[in-house]
Design a protein around this ligand. Structure first.
Ligand SMILES: Cc1cc2nc3c(=O)[nH]c(=O)nc-3n(C[C@H](O)[C@H](O)[C@H](O)COP(=O)(O)OP(=O)(O)OC[C@H]3O[C@@H](n4cnc5c(N)ncnc54)[C@H](O)[C@@H]3O)c2cc1C
Length: 382
């Protein structure tokens, strides 16, 4: 029986494993392929809902599921931290034991670290605990300066800080704190979501303006203290409540393997997601993928899922003795929460010009679609 190693039970890993199981003809009692999923965490968090957690619109039990619930249809979760990846031999080591496979799919995401010891001063809303702790403070807030900070580039889900700012503004207004509060967003980016092209970027900027959110692009953090953010351009701003994105880096484990590329991420064939090692693929946030025009693709779950589906399909073909026949096309849509129970659908085909990517006016349907995506994710996968 063939064995496939899926590294990580996050967005890309879960879709890979489920799709592999489907393609290989595994059923409850008849398993034609062994799919081992390696994961260090007990629970899986649905990250697109974290901005809702920040404003009390979602809770832990709604956006998490136990990883061991994935065990079914020839799919087996191996709990523990992967210690070694040996791409040459299509093998990994966990808890001192080596597992060897016929194919391997690496979907280990990014490693989050705290630049400038930010955890002492604010909340990392890219983690469930940080988003929850932010809400605990927001609930008690009597007014003042709320800062959303992008602490470094690149970061996954480039719309998330903007969603956070708009949801917080909504909360502040509904709780009658608007007159004595301000919401500011500081970022080293030159504009919002620039990968989506000038038009979509401008639309998002105008939306922030309309909501009275103060926007500070080209602001790279230099230092932080108890109530002040200091930027490299010489400007300083005070804050009373701070939410930040962490620094994103390639997991240490991959740095130590031969998978790390010059870009600082795993370099793959943009269409097939193959690494330089035979039968080893990498997908999702851990990769560096460029569009046909040379732009870098944003690190978003939509693409991790699509890449997972392509890789699982092609591995299925290979195992059946057929030629792989699918390729990844960077095309997809994404919902940006804008407060007031509305979200904006943004999507199209991603290229260097971004001119095919459109951002729609925020609408209730967009919000409902985002909510439905979360429900369907758990229904389909767990
Ligand atoms: C606040 C926020 C909002 C977002 N909103 C959206 C959105 O609206 N739409 C969208 O498309 N995307 C969104 N994203 C981005 C999306 O969540 C990621 O792009 C996606 O999860 C990437 O999938 P992945 O499989 O590459 O990595 P991940 O989902 O991060 O999975 C990696 C997995 O590997 C595991 N792992 C890592 N190292 C090891 C090890 N050594 N041993 C064992 N296991 C290990 C991790 O525990 C994790 O479970 C958002 C992200 C955040 C933080």
């Amino acid at each position: 029986m063939k064995t496939i190693l899926v590294l990580g039970a996050g967005t890309g890993g879960i879709v890979t494993a489920r799709e592999l199981s489907r393609h290989s003809g595994n059923e409850e009692d008849i398993n034609l392929v062994k799919i081992l999923v390696f994961e260090k965490e007990e629970t899986s968090v649905y990250s697109p809902s974290l901005p809702w957690v920040m404003v009390g619109k979602s809770k832990e039990e709604e956006i998490t599921e136990r990883v061991d619930k994935l065990n079914a249809s020839g799919l087996e979760v191996v709990k523990g931290e992967i210690e070694i990846i040996d791409p040459e031999n299509v093998a990994v080591t966990v808890n001192g034991k080596q597992y060897k496979g016929d194919h391997m799919v690496v979907s280990l995401g990014v490693e989050q670290t705290d630049a400038f010891d930010l955890r002492k001063f604010g909340f990392n809303f890219f983690r469930l605990k940080g988003a929850e702790a932010f809400y605990s403070e927001l609930k008690k807030f009597n007014g003042g300066e709320i800062a959303i900070l992008v602490s470094s580039l690149p970061f996954k889900s480039p719309a998330a800080p903007y969603e956070a700012a708009m949801l917080i503004e909504d909360f502040v207004r509904k709780n009658n704190l608007k007159d004595n509060s301000s919401v500011s967003l500081y970022t080293p980016e030159t504009g919002p979501m620039e990968f989506a092209g000038a038009e979509a970027s401008q639309e998002l900027k105008e939306l922030l303006e309309k909501k009275g959110i103060k926007y500070f692009p080209n602001h790279e953090l230099k230092a932080v203290s108890g109530n002040k953010l200091e930027f490299r351009n010489g400007e300083n701003y005070s804050y009373d409540l701070l939410a930040y994105t962490p620094r994103h880096q390639l997991p240490e484990l991959i740095k130590k393997s031969d998978l790390a590329g010059k870009s600082g991420w795993i370099e793959v064939d943009n269409k097939t997601l193959e690494t330089k090692f035979k039968d080893v693929y990498a997908i999702g946030d851990v990769t560096q993928v460029s569009t046909e025009n040379g732009a870098m693709l944003p690190k978003i779950g939509v693409f991790a899922r699509q890449q997972a589906a392509v890789v699982a399909h092609n591995i299925g073909r290979k195992m059946a003795g057929d030629e792989p026949d699918q390729t990844f096309v960077p095309q997809g849509k994404y919902f940006i929460e804008a407060g007031e129970g509305k979200a904006s659908e943004t999507g199209g085909r991603f290229s260097a010009t971004g001119k095919d990517v459109k951002m729609k006016t925020p609408a209730q349907l967009g919000h409902f679609s985002k909510w439905w995506d979360e429900k369907f994710w758990f229904f389909k996968n767990f």
